[in-house]
Ligand binder design. Structure first.
Ligand SMILES: O=C(CO)COP(=O)(O)O
Length: 225
């Protein structure tokens, strides 16, 4: 699989109305243009229903927010890896703290993703779970302390030891795995602090999705990288 260029900004659209449907497409186009202007890799993780159209109308890398550990067949209401790949994903979030998974299922999705040439971003909540995730050999581990998610308090400034400790532990297990951090990230200072702590980028949501002017917020986010 071709390696994604870092530093990287991954915007998780979650289920905010501000990043759903028509607005999801608009936001993806905004990220694409800021990525082009700044030279920083940007990727989006929209809702499943918006993946096909964003893939059709942009060239931005797309991640699924979640994939179910199922095989094709009778699983009503599930997200099937094969179908998401056809819809246009280049990667996937796995085990986000808002939709956590069993270790065996995380392993299954990482292996399935590798075999279909898409990259995995395993989300973790602390240094210990980051260490466990690294042993499964994903392309990225993204550490996000749950209590800071959506808080506006940036993990890279409020809990630098979690970011630095995760980088050290993950790199000790496999130096090829890139570490991202997320939770409360929104400004250029937050991203600069993350990079200084050894992270290869950020995974974020509300700071950009809910910003009055997402383009301006994105430009500020990457202004110090
Ligand atoms: O959960 C997150 C990204 O996956 C972080 O969310 P916030 O950027 O809203 O804190």
């Amino acid at each position: 699989m071709s390696k994604v260029k870092t530093p990287i900004v991954i915007l998780n659209f979650k289920t905010y109305l501000e990043s759903s449907g028509e607005k999801a497409l608009e936001l993806a186009k905004t990220l694409e243009s800021v990525s082009y202007e700044s030279g920083i890799t940007m990727a989006v993780a929209p809702q499943t229903a918006d993946i096909f159209r964003i893939n059709d109308e942009t060239n931005i890398p797309i991640l699924a927010q979640h994939i179910d550990p199922i095989s094709p067949g009778g699983h009503t209401g599930s997200n099937l890896l094969e179908c998401l790949v056809e819809a246009g994903i280049n990667g996937t979030l796995i085990n986000h703290s808002e939709i956590q998974m069993k270790l065996a299922d995380i392993d299954k999705i990482i292996k399935g993703s590798k075999s279909r040439d898409i990259f995995s971003v395993v989300c973790t909540n602390n240094i210990e779970s980051s260490r466990a995730a690294a042993t499964l050999n994903p392309e990225f581990v993204a550490v996000e302390p749950p209590e800071l998610i959506g808080s506006g308090v940036p993990v890279s400034q409020a809990e630098p030891e979690v970011v630095e400790g995760t980088v050290n532990e993950v790199k000790r297990i496999n130096k090829n795995i890139d570490v991202l951090c997320g939770a409360g990230i929104s400004t250029g200072d937050d991203m600069e602090a993350a990079i200084e702590l050894g992270a290869s980028g950020v995974l974020l949501a509300s700071g950009i999705v809910l910003a009055k002017d997402p383009k301006e917020a994105l430009l500020d986010l990457v202004s110090k990288v």
